[in-house]
Design a binder for this molecule. Structure first.
Ligand code: SAH
Length: 309
């Protein structure tokens, strides 16, 4: 499965030569922005060596684990006003606008630590006003099938267990097990998903051989495991009967956002059902379908966000 996207130059951050911006581990590349100065003004950054000192609209941070999960978002940014790419802590952060909305787009890579580190940089180095995570997940809820979409209301780390010192799943010293997504952002994402399903659900089902997608809202669980066995998914259902989907990043992002008071939302398309078929189902869904869903959902979400002001 390692061929599904990791290890590539992330999303082809422009062919332009990188220049040393002076900050440790940081490079600024891709002077392909129509006007790099304007771009720096549109996007703000706490660290002036990263994004420019002037502040106007704080950008939205959009991230996924793997490039396929972003769909054509970067191409849309390039076509709109150009992209400025900043490499920081081994991640490429792409600054630009999509449908007029200032965004910083990046890949978290896989797992809770990778996701927490990336979202922390989005908050501290790029001063994002909110975070949206898009990607695929394994279906856990009985009604959740491949091709469905789950928008998180709450997120929990299913592999966190400091019992008997603390209750199972609770983050020690924080006293929280269920992290809430921002209600307004989650509602906007869910509305974008419903709109996609109403407009393109039947065509998408016919094209991909899935059932017509349904949108679910509720608990997404995260852990540093790709769950791929009937026994594994059964154990999760028994421990967490409300869980709708399992993945490897969302609750880590939600914890960091909780600790810094940054609104976040997570949307996941179901690539597999976390059982013995999961590896094959995941790879084919990621390769053939994930990008289409992401494009359809993010486009509607960003358009609505801009038109609502
Ligand atoms: N290097 C691999 C990594 C895939 S891990 C590759 O590129 O092929 C699976 C990714 O999809 C994670 O980011 C996780 O969040 C999500 N995911 C999808 N199905 C999952 C499942 N059944 N269990 C856990 N995570 C899953």
């Amino acid at each position: 499965m390692s061929g599904a996207g990791m290890g590539t130059p992330e999303m082809g951050g422009a062919g332009a030569a990188a220049t040393d911006a002076g900050a440790a581990g940081t490079r600024v590349a891709g002077a392909e922005a129509a006007d790099a100065g304007t771009m720096a003004a549109r996007t703000s950054a706490i660290d002036p060596s990263l994004g420019g000192a002037s502040v106007s609209h704080r950008p939205l941070g959009i991230l996924a684990a793997l490039p396929q999960e972003l769909g054509d978002l970067l191409e849309a940014m390039r076509a709109e006003a150009g992209v400025r790419t900043i490499t920081h802590g081994q991640r490429d952060y792409h600054l630009g606008t999509v449908h007029g909305a200032p965004c910083v787009v990046t890949l978290a890579r896989v797992g809770k630590v990778a996701a927490a580190a990336t979202v922390s940089a989005l908050i501290h180095a790029f001063d994002v006003e909110a975070i949206v995570f898009t990607g695929v997940a394994g279906g856990v809820g009985a009604e959740v099938r491949v091709g469905d979409i789950v928008v998180a209301d709450t997120l929990l780390q299913h592999d966190l267990d400091a019992s008997p010192l603390f209750p199972r799943f609770e983050v020690p010293l924080l006293g929280v097990s269920h992290f809430s997504a921002d209600a307004a952002l989650a509602a906007q994402l869910a509305a974008a998903c419903e709109c996609f399903v109403a407009e393109e659900g039947a065509a998408s089902a016919a094209r991909f051989g899935t059932r017509e997608p349904r949108v679910h809202r509720g608990l997404i669980i995260s852990g540093d495991q790709f769950v791929a066995s009937a026994a594994g998914v059964r154990a999760l259902r028994e421990a967490l009967p409300n869980a709708l989907a399992v993945e490897m990043e969302g609750a880590a992002i939600a914890q960091v956002c909780h600790e810094y008071g940054v609104p976040c939302a997570v949307v996941r398309t179901i690539s597999d059902t976390a059982d013995d078929h999961a590896p094959a189902s995941f790879v084919s869904f990621l390769t053939e379908i994930a990008g289409t869903y992401s494009n359809a959902i993010l486009t509607r979400f960003l358009q609505a966000r801009i038109s609502e002001g």
